[in-house]
Write a protein that binds this ligand. Structure first.
Ligand SMILES: Nc1ccn([C@@H]2O[C@H](COP(=O)(O)OP(=O)(O)OP(=O)(O)O)[C@@H](O)[C@H]2O)c(=O)n1
Ligand SMILES: C[C@](O)(CO)[C@H](O)COP(=O)(O)O
Length: 232
């Protein structure tokens, strides 16, 4: 049992989703996407606090939503930045405690499983930095000016969130990235820049990020599968 704080990112624009509103408000089984994600951590007793990083223009909509779902005691709103990395930085600055394990998670990933969370936090407490990831199932090609090469698939993992860190490590990694102008697509890559070890904890293929309209259909299928399993 590892207690942790979590930063949940919901300040993006969701451009690739091509929806009228921020994808965080898309309803799946009558519940907004961000609420599905918040539910997971609200129900996990190891989660001590949630910094929900939002777009300031959406604050009142988010507040109404969160009030409806009675999360107010655990959730603190933080205003995000231009890039995902800027939003994480703001989330870290707003953390009440600068110690222990902190998780960083995409608001658009609602299906993380409790047993994976437990393994992830234990690994981060032990080693300092860990992420959920799954083995890549496609063949990945690298295309450069000198032609096409195929990467060795047995070495490739698709990174997911949550990613979990000792607070001091991820704080240092973000400060270092800021000072060197490094912009990563996840937080583990910032720790890699410090040449510190990062462990992989194998996650689930269901832990998808809703990025494009096709992902909404996949999410619906995952929810259907879950309710069928519950009925068994
Ligand atoms: N400046 C940003 C950019 C992204 N995010 C969050 O980071 C997560 C992962 O990013 P992504 O799926 O790329 O979301 P968007 O940036 O919203 O999508 P897009 O790139 O299609 O606009 C999302 O939950 C998103 O809200 C954020 O908090 N702040
Ligand atoms: C952090 C992440 O979800 C790991 O897969 C991903 O890199 C976010 O990328 P995005 O382009 O911001 O969606």
């Amino acid at each position: 049992m590892v207690p942790y704080q979590i930063i949940i990112l919901a300040a993006g624009q969701g451009k690739r989703m091509r929806a009228k509103q921020n994808k965080q408000f898309i309803c799946l089984e009558d519940k907004p996407l961000i609420v599905h994600t918040l539910d997971v951590f609200n129900e996990d007793h190891n989660c001590t606090s949630i910094n929900l990083v939002i777009n300031p223009n959406e604050q009142s909509e988010m507040e109404n939503l969160i009030a409806c779902y009675k999360y107010m005691d655990k959730v603190k709103f933080v205003h995000g930045g231009t890039e995902r990395q800027d939003s994480v930085y703001q989330g870290l600055k707003a953390c009440d405690s600068k110690e222990g394990v902190v998780l960083i998670h995409d608001g658009a990933r609602p299906f993380v499983k409790k047993d994976n969370l437990d393994k992830l936090t234990e690994e981060a407490e032990r080693g300092g930095a860990a992420l959920l990831a799954v083995p890549v199932t496609d063949t990945i090609k690298r295309k450069t000016a000198s032609g096409l090469t195929s990467l060795n698939r047995s070495e490739l993992w698709a990174a997911q969130t949550p990613q979990a860190f000792h607070f001091s490590i991820i704080e240092k990694a973000h400060e270092h990235a800021k000072n060197t102008g490094f912009l990563g697509t996840d937080d583990a890559s910032l720790v890699e820049q410090l040449r510190l070890p990062v462990e992989i904890v194998q996650g689930s293929y269901d832990n998808i990020k809703l990025t494009t309209p096709e992902d909404v259909e996949k999410a619906q299928a995952i929810l259907n599968k879950r309710s069928m399993n519950e009925g068994e």
